[in-house]
Design a protein around this ligand. Sequence first.
Ligand code: HEC
Length: 154
Amino acid sequence: MNRMTKLLSVSLIAVAGFALAQTALSPMEAHEAREAHMKLYGPQLKILGDMAKGDTAYDAAAAQAAADKLAELAMVDQSTWWPEGSDSDSVAGSRALPVIWTDMEGIMAKQLALEAAATSMQAAAGVDLASLQGAMGAVGGSCGGCHEAYRKPE
Ligand code: HEC
C-alpha cells in the first residue's frame, strides 16, 4: 500500500465503496469497465431527458423504469475501477484525468452527488411530469460536474 492508498482506505472506502482497488483490475480493464458502465447511463438519461423537455410524451411507468435503472447503475460498486496507472496519460483511450489520483475525495464527492440525484429521481420520475422535471437538473448536473473536473475533453 502506498501512502495515498492507506489514507484513502481509512477515510473513504467505508463511505462509498469507491476509493481504491482491493483486488486490482489491470489499468486497461479498469478503463474498459468505467467506459462500459458510463455508456449504460446514457439511454436512461435520454428517456428521462426527452420527457422532461417534452420531446416525448410523459409516461409514468417508462419514466420510473428508467429512473430505477439509473439508480441501480449509480449504486454499482466501483471500488476496483480506479487503480493507479489507468489515467488518460497511461492508458490509450482513457479519458480519466490524472488529477483523479491526487483528488480521490473530490471525485468521490461527485459520485455521491450522482447517487443522491439518482435517488431523488427515483422518487420523482413516476409521480408526474413536473416532479420528473424538477429532478432532472441535478441528475444532468451530476454527470456534467464530474466530467468537467475529471474527464479529459474530446
Ligand atoms: C464520479 C465521476 C463521474 C460521474 C458522476 C459520471 N461520470 Fe461519466 N465519466 C467519468 C470519467 C472519469 C470518464 C472517463 C473514463 C475513462 O475513459 O476511463 C467518463 C466517461 C463517460 C462516458 C464516455 C465513454 C467514452 O466513450 O469515453 C460517457 C458516455 C459518460 N461518462 C456518461 C456519463 C453519464 C450519462 C453520467 C451521469 C448519469 C456520468 N457519466 C457520470 C466520470 C464520471
